[in-house]
Design a protein around this ligand. Structure first.
Ligand code: TYM
Length: 325
């Protein structure tokens, strides 16, 4: 029996190179070794004000991105979260065992709620419970995510352990998979922050669908520091970040990257990084255009069928344990 993976991304904003390097790239690499479930988490996408027409479009666009990145529907189950009602159902059960205090400690809620808890949506607050439900429904062994999801994974593990303790062994307690390199790609404009879909400053992120010109401009304008050496020094996060992106896109080792740039300046690094990024994204962007809505719908419907059969088995056990049937 293969071990299982679950992961997902929100169909909000534009996916950027951080989402790819921190998550999607690893999903693709792991899909042979694991039985994999990759979800388009559209229920998570409504915790902030949103436009239904845009969400519908973004949901299909994200499916295109999954496929273009290399997820293979023959090997991985690709589906839309709202197509499998068990996600919302398990969320309710878990929200009855989760505690206010542990949700209040979630840094992402503090960031996105902008400190104004009076006006923040309840869904924004309980968001990590839905995420726990996503993962636990599939008896997941491994969850490949970027660094920013680590705290949510810890909550997921706590909820699984608490449920198992109170109602009997039901859920597998999942492990995060946070890649050693690329788990926290930083904003090109502010290297104290992660690269983000929701950044007000679009120049901070390289979006997967940016054209060559835009990519080159963003990289050329990326902030650096007053040093000259090009290496992975933790105290110089801007250069380290550019070099990390270069390393992951070219497939070179860290040592090879450092050796390659010895005696070269920041301008050279930016030029070569821009070239590598454009080269990498060109075929990806071609593939994104290949999938029409009908063929996508078929892949997603098949995915939802497969996902439902696993999810409903777990939910049935949960309902029995809770005394619902
Ligand atoms: P989302 O949609 O914000 O991001 C998708 C994935 O991209 C990773 N990521 C990054 N990695 C490196 N550097 C960055 N700057 C960067 N920004 C984002 C994220 O860590 C994530 O892995 N809550 C999740 C979606 C979700 C989920 C789940 C994930 C819902 N249910 C169950 C795993 C399992 C989110 O908002 O990801």
């Amino acid at each position: 029996m293969k071990k299982r993976i679950f992961s997902g991304a929100q169909p909000t904003g534009e996916l950027h190179i951080g989402n790819y390097l921190g998550a999607l790239k690893n999903w693709v690499a792991l899909q042979d070794k694991y039985e994999s479930f990759y979800c388009i988490v559209n229920l998570h996408a409504v915790t902030l004000p949103q436009d239904p027409k845009t969400l519908r479009q973004k949901t299909l666009d994200l499916a295109r991105i999954y496929l273009a990145a290399g997820l293979d529907p023959e090997r991985s189950t690709i589906f839309i979260q709202s197509d499998v009602p068990a996600h919302a159902e398990l969320t309710w059960v878990l929200s009855c065992i989760a505690r206010m205090g542990e949700l209040e400690r979630m840094t992402q809620f503090k960031d996105k709620g902008k400190g104004n808890t009076e006006r923040a949506g309840v869904g924004l607050f309980t968001y990590p419970i839905l995420m726990a439900a996503d993962i636990l429904l599939y008896q997941t062994d491994l969850v490949p995510v970027g660094q920013d999801q680590k705290q949510h994974l810890e909550l997921t593990r706590d909820l699984a352990e608490r449920f198992n303790r109170d109602f009997g062994e039901t859920f597998k307690v999942p492990e995060p998979y946070i890649p050693p390199v690329g788990a926290n790609i930083l904003s090109l404009q502010d290297p104290t922050k992660k690269m983000s879909k929701s950044d007000e400053n679009a120049a901070g992120a390289i979006f997967l669908l940016d054209d060559a010109d835009t990519i080159t401009k963003k990289i050329k304008r990326a902030v650096t520091d007053s040093g000259t050496e090009i290496n992975f020094d933790e105290n110089r996060p801007a250069i380290r970040n550019l070099l990390t992106i270069y390393q992951l896109l070219t497939g070179k080792t860290a040592d090879e990257c450092v050796a390659h740039f010895v005696g070269k300046g920041y301008g050279q690094l930016k030029g070569e990084l821009a070239e590598a990024t454009v080269e990498f994204l060109r075929p990806f962007q071609e593939r994104v255009k290949q999938y029409d809505d009908d063929s996508l719908r078929k892949i997603l419907d098949d995915g939802a069928d497969k996902a439902s059969s696993v999810a409903s088995t777990t939910l049935k056990t949960v309902y029995e344990r809770m005394g619902f049937n």
